[in-house]
Design a protein around this ligand. Structure first.
Ligand SMILES: Nc1ncnc2c1ncn2[C@@H]1O[C@H](COP(=O)(O)OP(=O)(O)O)[C@@H](O)[C@H]1O
Ligand SMILES: [Mg+2]
Length: 241
């Protein structure tokens, strides 16, 4: 258990109609990159809503490093070190890159020394944050914006980072940069849980792979095994690009 960053146990959750998640079990190892793939509508984004506390599981449990966070509010879960990188268009275009990132650091705004240290850490990890600090976020390319969105999350020094399709809409060069950053984020013990449409990319990035279908985990295996599984490719994934 001590190696576990996140565990979902027999989770049922939905939006009022039927249950979207139907007894979902998920184990995410500390320091890993775990990638969830699966067809549209399988419930991948819903898993993230349950982890962040935006949607309550009606059955089952959610454990962060062994402790249940199931009944915590989204704000409390954030304070416990779980952040989600927004999917897109999350930056304020007229505000500078630095201002946007400082907004992400609102939880530590009363500790200027810590905020400064964190900003230095983020600048070190993502050079564009320093290079473009005073430019309006709206002037950045799509790939640069994605890096700043990640920076805005990193300033809270999260232990578990959720990323829902971070490569969506990016050109190949930006995808490569974001991929490098995702790998880098786990070097110092952070855990990344990723949803990715592009199975080859996702499994190349990840250590552990999860295939979801109809609100359940169908396959949970080392990423390299999932990437090479012809049955997975033909049955579930459609888009392998
Ligand atoms: N806010 C919502 N209200 C009602 N139904 C939703 C909502 N969000 C998602 N759903 C439904 O839940 C199912 C799973 O959606 P989602 O988790 O977004 O799947 P995925 O991310 O795998 O494509 C879909 O059938 C979708 O229509
Ligand atoms: Mg989704």
């Amino acid at each position: 258990m001590s190696n576990s960053a996140l565990t979902l146990k027999n989770v049922f959750a939905g939006y009022g109609g039927g249950m979207v998640l139907q007894g979902l079990d998920l184990e995410v190892r500390k320091g890993s990159i775990t990638c969830i793939v699966g067809p549209n509508g399988a419930g991948k984004s819903t898993v993230f809503r349950v982890i962040s506390g935006l949607l309550k599981a009606s059955e089952g449990d959610v454990l962060l490093a062994g402790e249940s966070i199931k009944s915590l509010s989204p704000a409390e879960i954030l304070e416990n070190g779980v952040t989600q990188v927004p999917q897109s268009r999350a930056l304020f275009p007229e505000m500078s890159v630095k201002e946007n990132i400082l907004m992400g650091g609102y939880l530590i705004r009363k500790n200027p020394k810590l905020l400064k240290e964190r900003m230095a850490m983020v600048e070190e990890m993502i050079p564009i944050v320093r290079e473009r600090a005073s430019q309006p976020a709206g002037h950045l390319s799509g790939g640069q914006r994605r890096m700043v969105e990640i920076a805005r999350t990193l300033i809270l020094d999260p232990s578990l980072i959720l990323m829902d399709e971070p490569s969506l809409g990016l050109d190949p060069k930006s995808v490569a940069l974001v991929s490098e950053l995702i790998k880098r984020m786990t070097k110092d013990g952070r855990t990344v849980l990723l949803i990715e449409q592009n199975v080859r990319l996702g499994m190349y990035l990840a250590n552990d792979g999860v295939v979801m279908e109809a609100g359940k985990v169908r396959i949970s295996a080392p990423a390299k095994d999932i990437a090479g599984d012809p049955e997975v490719a033909s049955m579930y994934l459609g888009k392998t690009k």
